[in-house]
Ligand binder design. Structure first.
Ligand code: SF4
Length: 341
């Protein structure tokens, strides 16, 4: 699988700047309350027509980013902008945000009301937003058709009468119902069989063109993210450690964590297999994350400076940033300046 060609530069639909999110967790008997640092200084943007992929191990904060952007949870700090305008948590602002941004989750059945048939599920949001019943029904049938489900066959069915792939097509149709500009997919194809996954990914590429959409695509599967993304964001323990054009990062990963993730990817071609050891062990707890570079407890290149100070993002190529002391020629790391394109 290969990624789509890099998208031409367009204006951002979504920009997030300096997102911080902390969760309080209670200790035994309510004592020893601790803080989970779910997101730290997360900044990214999605341009019109672009697909940005977010990858990272489970617990790295990628789903929290999605939920904050959707307004399902509130950030502690940082700004969310839509078309350059700040979007807050006041009801009118959230309503506007959800017209522009929609989300498709992993669990296709939990997202659908079991008591509503497919047609009613898709019609629901447009009708709440003032669309007439007839117009909402016509639009729902059009969307079913566009997502590969014959309305004559599927409109009257209930979620339990559909396969996982069909339910996810309905969720995609629901996400399209309010004519959004950006859709967030949070592990949206992860529960599907490989053959169904490929069909749904190709459907997403077609819909993106047809409806002039932008995507934020979150997945733990690097092959899938590479296939669909123009740009890539790599997260580790609530922080962005690398970002840039997807093709470039897959060909020349800069951060040791990205290199380890890519080395752990199943690759059927022995010519291009890497000898780099995959990242070992589990990530540390986001409660009291490691000092300095959060990856230093697992990084084969860690030195004293890595534990002592947090690396800033360094530009190592066109739109390609890496947060590692080895990318900074002045960091004091013995390999300082060695990460470049
Ligand atoms: Fe490894 Fe140090 Fe770079 Fe962190 S800053 S990734 S520990 S070399």
């Amino acid at each position: 699988m290969s990624a789509p060609a890099t998208h031409p530069v367009t204006a951002p639909v979504l920009t997030v700047e300096g997102l911080e999110k902390r969760f309080a967790v209670r200790g035994t008997f309510g004592r020893n309350a601790k803080t989970v640092h779910a997101l730290s200084e997360v900044s990214l943007s999605v341009r019109k027509g672009q697909t940005v992929g977010i990858v990272g191990e489970s617990g790295c904060g990628k789903s929290t980013v999605a939920r904050v952007i959707m307004g399902l949870i509130r950030q502690d700090d940082g700004i969310i902008r839509l078309h350059g305008q700040p979007s807050d948590h006041l009801p009118a602002s959230l309503k506007k945000r959800r017209r522009i941004v929609q989300m498709v989750f992993q669990d296709s059945s939990a997202s659908l009301n079991p008591r509503l048939n497919i047609e009613a599920s898709i019609m629901f949001a447009p009708m709440v937003n003032g669309t007439s019943r007839d117009e909402a029904r016509t639009h729902a049938h059009h969307l079913l058709e566009r997502t590969g489900l014959d309305p004559a066959q599927f409109a009257g069915r209930y979620p339990h009468e559909l396969s996982g792939g069909q339910r996810q097509r309905v969720n995609i149709a629901r996400a399209l119902a309010l004519r959004p500009e950006l859709i967030i997919f949070d592990e949206a194809v992860s529960a599907l069989d490989k053959s169904v996954e490929a069909q749904v990914l190709n459907l997403l590429l077609d819909l993106k063109k047809e409806f002039d959409l932008s995507y934020l695509f979150i997945s733990h599967d690097l092959n899938v993210v590479h296939y669909i993304s123009d740009d890539l964001v790599v997260m580790y323990l609530g922080q962005i450690v690398e970002r840039g054009p997807a093709d470039l990062i897959y060909a020349h990963p800069g951060h040791p964590y990205t290199r380890a993730l890519l080395a752990a990817m199943p690759n059927p071609d022995p010519e291009t297999r890497t000898e780099t050891a995959p990242v070992f062990g589990d990530p540390p707890s986001p409660i009291d994350p490691p000092s300095g570079c959060r990856f230093h407890t697992r990084c084969p290149f860690a030195e004293a400076v890595c534990e002592a100070s947090q690396p800033d993002q360094q530009r190592i190529g066109a739109d390609h940033d890496v947060a590692c002391h080895m990318a900074d020629g002045t960091s004091g790391h013995s390999r300082a300046g060695s990460i470049e394109q």
